[in-house]
Design a protein around this ligand. Structure first.
Ligand SMILES: *Cc1c(COP(=O)(O)O)cnc(C)c1O
Length: 464
């Protein structure tokens, strides 16, 4: 390499930018799910044995774009309604590019002062936006699953410390037992978080739920402290919220910790028109929310919020001779299960700064309005909407389970939009989740037209 050659070839970086821009420009018109033949071609073209010799970076990028781009799901586009995940806001995407160039290790203030600063600011903004108690700590983790784990291990630390048991030093074997309460419709990842944190998926008391999946406040168990009560803000099928304003006052007491899985639903707190849904949630002790779902930042972004800062730090901190040891400093490694990682709070900072309070409120409300429009259009055509559409989720049945599955498959294959299937309390349904910032009313109408057209030509199955 010549002495004056740049470390990073600008032509390569511009090529990456051009290819990304072209990809994004095509998102609105391409089919949402990739073609199966294209996907098969990608796995052949990109696979095989690792070559002995290296490949020019420009060629690596060309291969990825030519075979990889057509094999993506257009989940960043306006007509993807799968899995309660959103797209990516322009400010968050551009920030993600800059963050990649910075290549910061955000595990400590020393290794990334700016990473630590931005996460500290994002913490303050999030606590205010979500209406949580002042001083609540934010942990920037990989997703809501790890945010749930972070909430649970903080709970475990605090509840057992009260009983003079250090779970960090002594572990869980032989520790005073902690009762765990969940709703009958607890999210699968919350159960996984219970397994990770030593509580076990099945070692729980389940509270019966109503037809929307909400915990029934009239069927709460008698608690035996210490106890952790896991509430859900936003059921992954119906969007419904456990009635925290009834449950927390009823069960609250010494040695009781309330944890909230609010992966997507907790963002309702940022929209005054949805405030009734989150009533009482501010009285919990820990909350898990995703960045990469409704906030529309790139993947690998969840946030645990813990009221008791001492507990979250005690559960996560590491000490080593080469690490700074001033407890007054906010070192990110004191807050997350991970040590080395990228500064995830950066894109959250950028998304919030670009939206402002009113922009976030508008994002949430717009998605809810689109969901209501889907529901109205489907009902007007004679199909049964199975849930009360209180948020951004719509469950619709097209008759028998078989016919519903055939419609879902037809919609996915046709490509105008994408929605997945689910089972809701014994019924098979299409689940439409509107979580992307870029969906317009026109996208909803275009998607409705496609769904209704496909449903109208789907024959009744034999058993109909
Ligand atoms: C998506 C989701 C999770 C898991 O979040 P990840 O970010 O995928 O780890 C947990 N709870 C609910 C209600 C969810 O919707």
């Amino acid at each position: 390499m010549a002495d004056d050659a740049p470390l990073f070839d600008p032509a390569l970086l511009e090529d990456a930018l051009d290819r990304s821009s072209r990809y994004l420009a095509g998102l609105g018109e391409r089919r949402v799910a990739p073609d199966a033949d294209q996907t098969a071609a990608a796995s052949v073209a990109l696979g095989g044995a690792l070559p002995e010799l290296g490949t020019d970076p420009a060629e690596v990028l060309r291969l990825l774009d030519e075979y990889g781009s057509p094999s993506t799901v257009a989940s960043a586009g306006p007509r993807y309604f799968g899995f309660v995940t959103g797209g990516v806001l322009p400010a968050a995407l551009a920030t993600n590019w800059l963050a990649a160039a910075w290549d910061q290790n955000a595990f400590s203030r020393v290794s990334s002062p700016i990473g630590s600063i931005l996460e500290g600011i994002a913490e303050e903004w999030l606590v205010a936006l979500l209406g949580l108690p002042a001083g609540t700590a934010a942990s920037f983790v990989s997703g809501a699953t790890m945010a749930n784990v972070t909430g649970l291990v903080s709970a475990r630390t605090a509840l057992l410390a009260e009983l003079d048991w250090s779970v960090e030093e002594q572990g869980m074997f032989g520790a005073p037992p902690i009762q765990v309460v969940v709703g009958g419709e607890v999210h699968a990842s919350m159960r996984k978080a219970l397994a990770f944190s030593g509580f076990g998926r099945e070692r729980v008391v389940r509270v019966p739920v109503d037809d929307q999946g909400r915990m029934r406040a009239d069927m709460l168990p008698t608690l035996k402290a210490p106890a952790i009560v896991c509430l859900q803000a936003g059921n992954v099928n119906t969007g419904a919220f456990d009635p925290a304003h009834e449950i927390i006052p009823a069960l609250s007491g010494p040695g009781v910790w309330f944890h909230v899985d609010g992966a997507f639903g907790l963002w309702a707190a940022a929209a005054p028109e949805r405030a009734h849904l989150v009533a009482g949630y501010e009285d919990a002790d820990s909350w898990a929310v995703d960045g990469h779902k409704w906030l529309n930042v790139p993947y690998d972004s969840g946030i645990a919020l813990v009221r008791d800062r001492t507990a979250v730090v005690r559960a996560n901190t590491i000490r080593a001779t080469y690490l700074p040891d001033d407890p007054a400093d906010r070192d990110p490694y004191d807050y997350t299960p991970e040590a080395s990682r990228r500064p995830r709070g950066m894109e959250i900072w950028a998304a919030l700064r670009s939206l402002g309070q009113s922009g976030l409120e508008d994002l949430v409300e717009r998605c809810c309005r689109h969901a209501a429009r889907f529901a109205a259009g489907l009902e007007a055509a004679g199909y049964e909407v199975l849930n009360e559409v209180c948020l951004n989720q719509v469950l619709v049945s097209f008759g028998t389970p078989q016919r519903t599955l055939t419609v879902i498959e037809g919609v996915q294959r046709e490509g105008t939009c994408w929605a997945g299937g689910t089972e809701w309390q014994g019924r098979t349904a299409m689940r439409i989740s509107v979580s992307g910032w870029s969906t317009t009313t026109e996208d909803v109408d275009r998607s409705l037209e496609a769904i209704l057209r496909i449903a109208s030509v789907t024959p009744l199955a034999e058993e109909d």
